[in-house]
Design a protein around this ligand. Sequence first.
Ligand SMILES: NC(=O)N[C@@H](CC(=O)O)C(=O)O
Length: 429
Amino acid sequence: MTSYLIKGAKPLGGGPADVLITDGRIAAIGDSLSATGAEVIEAGGLIALPGLVDLHTHLREPGREDAETVETGSRAAALGGFTAVHAMANTDPVADTAGVVEQVWRLGGQAGLVDVVPVGAVTVGLAGERLAELGAMADSAARVRVFSDDGHCVSDPALMRRALEYVKAFDGVVAQHAEEPRLTAGAQMHEGDRSARLGLTGWPAAAEEAIIARDVLLAGHVGARLHVCHVSTAGSVELLRWAKSRGVQVTAEVTPHHLLLTDACAESYDPVFKVNPPLRTDEDVAALRRGLADGTIDAVATDHAPHAVEDKESEWAQARPGMLGLEQALAVVVETMVETGLLDWQGVADRMSMRPAAIGRLAGHGRPLAPGEPANLLLLDPAARVTVDPAALASRSRNSPYAGRELPGRVVATFLRGTPTVLDGKAVR
Ligand SMILES: NC(=O)N[C@@H](CC(=O)O)C(=O)O
């Protein structure tokens, strides 16, 4: 295995240092290291961060390989600085059996660009009627710990309670897509003044908040772990704060797009801005940023949702919800959280690597950069500014809400267990 000597990068909490990588691990961090035979990477001005971990990626394989494959999504992830992604279960067939989660896990291993960690469905076929084979998925080679019907809410409270009870046995977590479906029938965008003016059916904040309120009570009652996907409203942040203060084992994620964009984007009627949950108001964005800064929201998760052209480039009402996220996630966090002074680099590592790895009970990821640890890391040029060109993305889909936008920071290199997946800002394969 090639050894790498990264010269002059800034690891967290210290001045410039060299990082020596041998046999897939960090062998040493220090001043003026040398190592014969090691490939030298000049990293002056770059920041070294632990490899990012995404709790919420849609890879679309099996079933919609025209929109994304495990391999193309893995490449997009590596370019974004990720070393592990959780692959959501809403594939075709649905990842609701040991067979399907093992298939996704194997495809991830074959692509070899990030660790692909399958999420198992909570209910058979995401239909919300019967629990899927949670134990069999947990015991499978894919070792599933995160279960989600994402795209659908587990809206039956008795079923949700049983799912929480079940995953407790193997320290799993139910990741809820919080959306009371009876309140969002036909919904197209955030319910408020704008939806009324634009004539688009509204998706009220209360549809998210009602499920979160119910589920934190259930999780507290059962004593199990609950994770809330893509939190989007100020009221949700308040509910999470309350639940955490009561000792409920609840964690939550926010997407990059909910940290940056608002429902004003819908004024364009460009369906690239249609997403579930919808983009909210300025006040919601401010509350989400504050919640992420103070740790009420534990993690940033991309909800990378690639869609084929025919599913997205249509009239707003016909378009599928969802937007790309993997390749720009870190840049959006730098713009919304670092450049605003809300998070330092340690905070970025915590919310995008350490905490998501801990929520997913993922070994070998989300570890500090220290001798002996697996060499999962990225090098970021914080001074670079990049204008997003959808045609240049590694994803098979093009539905980026950041097209034409200049964002700060550029991932220069990513290492997965000591092997570069990205060098000079380009995917190695
Ligand atoms: N987040 C999205 O807008 N879309 C998701 C599923 C979903 O949550 O609706 C997708 O799979 O496309």
